[in-house]
Design a protein around this ligand. Structure first.
Ligand code: ADP
Ligand code: MG
Length: 697
């Protein structure tokens, strides 16, 4: 079936037209014009011949087999055409026609019907609502695009057909070629992950770029992308905000997990390079398509002017790319061969009066230097500058080395001819040094990802039974939010330490429990109506004796009723007062696309103000959990700032992993907040002081 899509021996255009302004004409014309070598069958009951090809009244009347059908008939006829496809044994259908899911309920129903028929006959569908599919390897342009890309090793998919045409035009101007070019449209059947699978095994595709508005199946995408990106780079622009779900967000984690956080982290965890704009997409595409990956993060900058050299240096440093320290031999070679005023240390400044030969000498010396992993080549058009000659030299030299070379010829008009030579010679060129630095940084990042070995998931031995019982109790009682005791059961079952705690139902009860647990104590209001207890004065710490227990109990209950007269109050927790540690928040929220998302951060009650949190999609490996801990801005506070001892980072990481295991074991958990988790000094572990858990319906 995929063979029918990628390498069909025959293509029918159903809805082919004699009218040159109609899509049915344009598509047929593209298929013929760009040199497709297989059989071409226009289908239209009202014509005998279109564009010198015999026209058939219906698919079923075509004499030979038909591998692919390109469908451009009105939406209401697509289902019956799909039935003909089934009868005819068509393997793949590209449904160009719009007017399906994107138009509302009726369109959605039609789309479903078309898909059902296709599934019944084992036909794969691209679309509906697409520009089409282009394959340069067999010269098949089954689209209504206004052109044909050059042959190349990038494959592209886009959820926006209009963007496809823009990219085609840009690519044409920048000598960027493609292997496959796919418009995904409504993704009724084939989606981004299907194409990733195809291109993973396609020897003609080295790089995949994608414009996506959403992802059909998050976990499947992540799994496929993880494998894909170990071999080939995948660059994605993701636009549009996801619906965070209609459920009211009541947890800290839910509030902090912006709609985009899930995509960011899912991409990061699966090695996908996210571009934040179409211009970034282009910047990265050429770099990845044209140049080898750098072996490290050390760059040489070659320039003919000081200022741009400094700007490029700053831009590199900002992105974690460092200036290579040139080997002594390189420096002395440059000193012998460049004018006295030149800078022979990195950035190498060949001076404004440099002709192409001086530039060439410097670039060659830099690329030969073992300390150099990559080169950024800067040029400003000055009176003596040989722009085209220099561009040719860069192209030739770069071919001799397995190190990436990225260029920035500053300017526009004067340097245009040079840029054209660079593009044709497969040197990525940029308008500004910052873009070159950013592209190089992504290449280095990607190389590091590829070399990272994938870790297997650990499992802690936990008491799954105990957690299951607590969750079931809440579910049976029709409560989505677990009560204090149930939440503690689940957390304890997964091995996180908790302070001793009991629920008091009266003052006398509180006094008795206080004696059992021992002073000092903490008392807190327990009510499903009160989310943030201290906000309403519902938490009292440092209770030292019976008298204080009595006062605290009355006060807490009174404050709760003052806050909400008809509050459902379950009681007051009498709790062991534990040693204060660094206040950590550990949370879970469920993303509609990717599933459970873990949050880690510092801040305790200030977490919403500081927003110093990071996210990962569960389940996590230990390396990912460790990386999470190190990623927050205030990590130095945990590592031990200002003479403090470091926190117990291993215990913190274990807590993250235990929670990751918990939500994987119990997917019904949709929200979890442990805030705070006290983290103690190295070797002293953690304490989960406050926890809430919400399950799905
Ligand atoms: P809420 O977040 O609903 O206001 P918490 O249970 O988190 O209520 O309590 C508020 C703060 O009180 C915590 O952030 C913590 O600093 C302190 N606290 C709560 N319980 C204890 C305890 N058992 N031992 C020590 N400090 C506690
Ligand atoms: Mg709290």
């Amino acid at each position: 079936m995929l063979e029918s899509l990628l390498n069909p021996q025959s293509v029918a255009v159903v809805g082919a037209s004699t009218n040159p302004t109609k899509l049915g004409y344009l598509i047929l014309d593209n298929i013929i014009k760009y040199g497709y070598q297989g059989q071409i069958y226009p289908i239209n009951p009202k014509a005998k011949e279109i564009l010198d090809h015999t026209c058939y009244p219906s698919l079923t009347k075509v004499p030979g087999p038909v591998d692919m059908a390109v469908i451009v008939v009105p939406a209401k006829f697509v289902a019956s055409v799909m039935r003909d496809c089934g009868e005819k044994g068509v393997g793949a259908a590209i449904v160009i026609t719009a007017g399906f899911r994107e138009t509302g309920a009726e369109g959605r129903q039609m789309e479903r019907e078309v898909l059902e028929i296709a599934r019944e006959h084992g036909i794969r569908i691209v679309g509906p609502n697409v520009l089409g599919v282009i394959n340069t390897t067999n010269s098949l342009n089954a689209s209504f695009a206004a052109g044909m890309p050059e042959k190349g090793r990038i494959s592209f998919m886009s959820q926006s057909g209009a963007l496809c045409t823009g990219i085609l035009d840009w690519a044409a101007a920048n000598s960027l070629g493609f292997a496959n070019f796919v418009s995904l449209g409504n993704k009724a059947d084939m989606d981004e992950t299907d194409f990733l699978e195809i291109w993973h095994h396609d020897s003609g595709t080295d790089v995949v770029i994608a414009y996506l508005e959403g992802i059909a199946d998050g976990p499947r995408f992540m799994k496929t992308a993880r494998e894909f990106t170990k071999e080939k780079p995948l660059i994605v622009v993701k636009s549009g905000t996801t619906s965070a779900g209609s459920r009211a967000v009541s947890s800290h984690t839910g509030t902090l997990a912006g709609s985009d956080a899930a995509y960011d982290t899912a991409f990061k965890q699966s090695g996908v390079l996210r571009a934040h704009s179409v211009s970034e997409l282009f910047a990265y595409s050429t770099a990845f398509a044209y140049q080898p990956l750098p072996k490290g993060r050390h760059v040489a900058i070659i320039t003919n002017a000081g200022g741009p050299g400094i700007m490029a240096t700053d831009a590199c440093e900002k992105k974690g790319i460092h200036l290579a320290t040139l080997a002594p031999e390189t420096v002395s070679f440059l000193q012998e061969n460049l004018p006295a005023a030149a800078n022979c240390f990195n950035p190498i400044d060949v001076l404004g009066d440099a002709y192409a030969d001086r530039y060439k000498l410097a670039l060659k010396a830099a690329l030969e230097d073992p300390n150099v992993d990559a080169a950024i080549f800067l040029l400003t058009p000055q009176a003596m500058t040989e722009i085209e000659e220099t561009a040719r030299a860069v192209v030739e030299l770069s071919r001799d080395f397995d190190k990436p070379v990225l260029a920035n010829f500053m300017g526009a008009k004067e340097v245009a001819a040079g840029n054209r030579i660079l593009g044709e010679g497969q040197i990525p060129y940029y308008g500004f040094p910052e873009e070159a630095a950013a592209a190089l940084a992504r290449m280095a990042e990607y190389r590091e990802w590829r070399e990272q070995s994938s870790e297997s998931l650990e499992r802690f031995s936990i008491d799954q039974e105990r957690a299951a019982t607590a969750l079931l109790t809440a579910q049976k009682a029709g409560r989505l939010r677990l009560n204090e005791m149930e939440a503690r059961q689940v957390i304890a079952a997964y091995g996180l330490p908790l302070p001793k705690s009991q629920l008091a139902l009266s003052v006398e009860h509180a006094v008795r429990l206080a004696k059992e647990i021992g002073y000092p104590l903490v008392m807190k209001i327990i009510s499903p109506d009160i989310l943030h207890k201290s906000d309403i004065g519902g938490v009292k710490v440092g209770i030292k004796n019976e008298k204080e227990v009595r006062v605290a109990y009355e006060e807490i209950i009174n404050r709760a009723y003052r806050y909400m007269a008809d509050a459902d109050i379950w009681g007051v927790a009498v709790q062991e007062m534990v040693k204060v540690g660094k206040e950590i928040i550990l949370g879970v929220t469920k993303d509609p696309t990717f599933g459970h998302m873990l949050m880690f951060g510092l801040g305790g009650i200030y977490v919403e103000v500081l927003k110093d949190v990071v996210f990962r999609i569960a389940p996590l490996s230990r390396a990912e959990a460790e990386e999470m801990v190190r990623e927050i801005r205030s990590f130095p506070l945990l590592a031990g700032a200002r003479g403090e001892k470091p926190s117990d980072l291993i215990a913190i990481t274990d807590c993250i992993l235990r929670i990751s295991q918990m939500v994987t074991d119990f997917p019904q958990i949709v929200e979890l907040d442990i805030n705070p988790l006290f983290a103690y000094e190295e070797g002293e572990g953690t304490m989960a002081v406050d926890a809430r858990i919400v399950i799905g319906e």
